[in-house]
Design a protein around this ligand. Structure first.
Ligand code: ACO
Length: 437
């Protein structure tokens, strides 16, 4: 039976249809609201607004649940590879062996970056942030591959191209930022091993693939692969909704991810932990500063729009740090500081009352440091991981007949109509000119 919610405005009753998701989540369909009542809704940051119906990722923020295409993140982190998880997100099912092999061949075929692109890379100032470079270069891919996506086959090709090339471009930007020779991808390495080799191999020090690190990197990227309608995914879809091309859309997603409240938080966490380490203590002071409303400082890697409990990805990330660091014989003092900070914050009434728990970024930087990834590359690592999610969500948006160009409304709070004042008659008081009506 169809369910409705009743809204009473100015004494007039309106019945709004209720939409129920497959996991029981309920939404009120307000699409006819403005036309029938003249009212709009007010929801800054869209915290209570469902922008789409999606079959890709399920999250339950109260229970700390995350599933890609129905499969719990814990199972994927343990059993899957990043390439397989990407296939799952894009195609809706796990690949057969034959599909996975075909996918790997295509990834290899697409792994090189056009040589002309190197000129662009070489001309960024040396201190450019790699996220700015990556966003610009992904946008530039459109100039090299201008074909439109009109069939499923073409979409698959573009997806593979981006997944493969973005990884190569990320490693290239690191090498060039150091003034080092670019290392090309190799067909005999898996996706993650190839990335590590392109990052760390050099003519003087050949890189030895460590399969412990390869496994950890696979898990790191699986944990970042999708997170439903987050800020960067919404940016990708917003740009895509104007029918801008997929490269421009993803480039916007990278720009959105760069911010410290989103994917830039992994870099900010390490900077915060390093600062505590250098000063030799001060965990309580940092927590107090984060609570102080006069300061804009926040405890980085803590809090989440959706999770009101421990982020399931952070739980896995913490476990991997505990497992991988000893295996690599790394004793990182930042891991201890992070654990102490977590304990202090989780027992503090401010964090308890606001349901602020560690998010994925709290421990991820420690793992990346152990792999030898430089701090300013951390958001780029997040971006490579989030790529399949962005593209799967972009595709779903494009195929969804109910979607329209993204164009929220506003409540205007400015001046009422006033007349134009000629410059000869303007003085400082003219700023307060009364309204005409
Ligand atoms: N430290 C201190 N206080 C915090 C923190 C924090 N990390 N996070 C939220 N709060 C407080 C806010 O000040 C606010 O307090 P108030 O109600 O007294 O004003 C309350 O908790 C709610 O915070 P909002 O900002 O309204 O929550 P929102 O859902 O908009 O923000 C966000 C979520 C951006 C993640 C926020 O928790 C934050 O800034 N965290 C730190 C940055 C971070 O780790 N980002 C990574 C997020 S995960 C990801 O994107 C991959």
């Amino acid at each position: 039976m169809k369910e409705f919610a009743t809204l009473i405005i100015d004494g007039k009753e309106m019945k709004l249809p209720v939409i129920t998701g497959t996991e029981g989540e309920k939404a009120i369909d307000i699409r006819s609201l403005r036309q029938e009542t003249g009212f709009i809704t007010y929801d800054p940051g869209f915290a209570n607004t469902g922008s789409c119906k999606s079959k890709i990722t399920f999250m339950n923020g109260e229970k700390g649940v995350l599933r890609y295409r129905g499969i719990p993140i814990e199972q994927l982190a343990e059993k899957s590879s990043f390439v397989e998880t990407s296939y799952l997100l894009i195609n809706g099912h796990l690949p057969t062996q034959e599909e996975l092999t075909r996918n790997s061949i295509m990834l290899n075929d697409q792994s090189m970056v056009h040589e002309d692109m190197q000129i662009f890379f070489q001309n960024f100032p040396r201190l450019s942030h790699p996220m700015g470079i990556l966003s610009a270069m992904v946008n530039a891919l459109r100039s090299f591959y201008p074909e439109l996506i009109t069939t499923e086959e073409e979409f698959q090709k573009v997806f593979i191209r981006m997944l493969s090339k973005v990884r190569t471009m990320a490693a290239m930007s690191y090498k060039i930022s150091r003034g080092h020779k670019v290392i090309y991808p190799r067909a005999d390495y898996t996706y993650c091993a190839n990335f590590l080799n392109m990052m760390f191999d050099s003519p003087v020090n050949p890189y030895q693939i460590d399969y412990e690190i390869v496994k950890a990197l696979n898990t790191f990227w699986i944990l970042h692969a999708d997170h439903e309608q987050n800020c960067s995914t919404s940016a990708v879809k917003t740009v895509g909704s104007s029918r801008a091309n997929i490269y421009a859309s993803v480039s916007a997603g990278i720009a959105a991810l760069w911010g410290p409240l989103h994917g830039g938080a992994n870099q900010a966490v390490i900077e915060m932990l390093t600062d505590i380490h250098k000063k030799g203590g001060g965990i309580k002071e940092v927590v107090e500063k984060a609570k102080n409303k006069r300061s804009s400082f926040r405890l980085m890697g803590f809090g989440h729009r959706v999770y009101k409990t421990y982020d399931p990805r952070a739980k896995i990330m913490k476990k991997i740090c505990d497992k991988v660091l000893p295996k690599l014989k790394i004793d990182d003092p930042l891991l201890d500081i992070a654990k102490q900070l977590e304990e202090v914050a989780l027992n503090d009434q401010y964090f308890i009352d606001k349901y602020l728990y560690p998010n994925v970024d709290f421990y991820s930087g420690i793992l990346l440091r152990a792999m030898g990834i430089p701090t300013n590359m951390f958001p780029v690592m997040f971006a490579i991981g989030r790529l399949p999610g962005w593209i799967a969500q972009w595709k779903e948006h494009m195929d969804d007949k109910e979607q329209k160009i993204v164009r929220p409304r506003q409540i205007y709070m400015g001046k009422n109509k006033i007349s134009y004042t000629p410059i000869s008659k303007r003085d400082s008081s003219s700023a307060d000119t009364e309204s005409d009506d």
